[in-house]
Design a protein around this ligand. Structure first.
Ligand code: APR
Length: 320
């Protein structure tokens, strides 16, 4: 049986890391697409040359031609520009919206049955625009943010408790921005919720509050350190987790930017919610109950995303 085909639209920092991970995990053959001549070809060849030592057989190809992504099973989109120190994700809106138009049309024409995972920021607005531009079914187009934000939250919690990251589970919901909602009540160490761990004296409310804030600022912390771009290892790993869930029909419960049509009270918008990812794409959204405080934070986040979506509609009237 032919190997699955994974198309990576954008062969920059995240795109290259995605290609490397997909090959290492033998998820399928990889096509790297980028407008920058030589970059996707160079990265594809470099990674292919690591095959003998790693022992993988995946084929890798770099291209500037959308025809090469024909029939892809998964498309992961990182095309666009990342932020620099002092920029918010929202500052990227105008430039990356134009990129989403070209990418959406390219995918629709060549890989209309693919499961599409968008990573380009500002994430929730870009995935919304990508779905509109491509006209593909909403359950087959989603955005990667929640897995990454939750991974950051889990990492910081594991440091606080001195326990394995494997035993920390956590949910971050809402938009992928300053207003994201790390759900303290739904985050656990081996099933024990954080509020219980505070009561048990394992940590304090103040420490949890500062971890929540560090999670919200997680992307900016990396941008501040790197100075020339934004995070790429953890974002790539997070998207690969989602792609694998789809390709292997794992029914993984993963938070991601999914199209909500009444889910968690959100109307016709993409926002971070807990989902089930399997062979059908986003197969289900978990309509979890939020308490009053969580609902307030979630509403604020949804409002921020709506502001960006409205800005997209103003820039490109075909989206209105
Ligand atoms: N089509 C295809 N590729 C494009 C296009 C386009 N229209 N426009 C830009 N690109 C390519 C660039 O040539 C570059 O190689 O997208 C790539 C982006 O790579 P990087 O600049 O290295 O950015 P990266 O760190 O990978 O982040 C990509 O993900 O997390 C988000 O905010 C981040 O929006 C950014 C995206």
């Amino acid at each position: 049986m032919a190997r699955p085909k994974i198309a990576l639209i954008g062969a920059g920092q995240i795109g290259g890391t995605l290609a490397h991970l997909a090959a290492l995990k033998e998820l399928g053959d990889v096509v790297l697409f980028d407008i920058a001549e030589g970059t996707p070809e160079g990265k594809a060849l470099d990674i292919a040359e690591s095959g003998p030592a790693e022992g993988f057989d995946a084929a890798l190809k770099g291209t500037q031609d959308y025809a090469d992504i024909a029939g892809a099973d998964v498309c992961i989109v990182t095309a666009g520009v990342p932020r620099k120190p002092g920029m918010s994700r929202d500052d990227l809106l105008g430039i990356n919206l134009k990129v989403m138009k070209a990418v959406g049309e390219g995918i629709k024409a060549n890989a209309p049955d693919a499961f599409v995972i968008c990573i380009t920021n500002p994430l929730d607005a870009m995935v919304w625009a990508l779905q509109k531009f491509s006209g593909m079914p909403a359950e087959k187009v989603c955005g990667m943010a929640g897995v990454l934000d939750s991974a950051r939250f889990r990492h910081f919690l594991s440091l606080e408790f001195g326990v394995s990251m494997k035993d920390v589970s956590a949910f971050v919901l809402g938009g992928h921005g300053d207003t994201m909602v790390p759900c303290v009540r739904y985050s656990t160490v081996a099933g024990v919720p954080l509020p219980d761990l505070i009561e048990m004296g394992w940590t304090t409310q103040d420490k949890i509050d500062s971890i929540v804030q560090r999670t919200r600022d997680g992307g900016a912390e990396i941008v501040g350190l790197l100075k020339t771009g934004s995070a790429f290892y953890a974002p790539a790993t997070s998207a690969i987790e989602m792609a694998e869930a789809y390709l292997k029909d794992q029914k993984r419960v993963l938070p991601c930017a999914a199209y909500c049509d009444g889910d968690l009270g959100v109307k016709q918008m993409y926002v971070g919610v807990p989902t089930v990812i399997g062979a059908g794409g986003i197969e289900r959204i978990m309509n979890i109950k939020l308490n009053k405080d969580e609902q307030k934070m979630f509403d604020t986040s949804v409002k921020a995303v709506k502001g960006l979506v409205d800005a997209c509609k103003e820039i490109d009237s075909s989206l209105a």
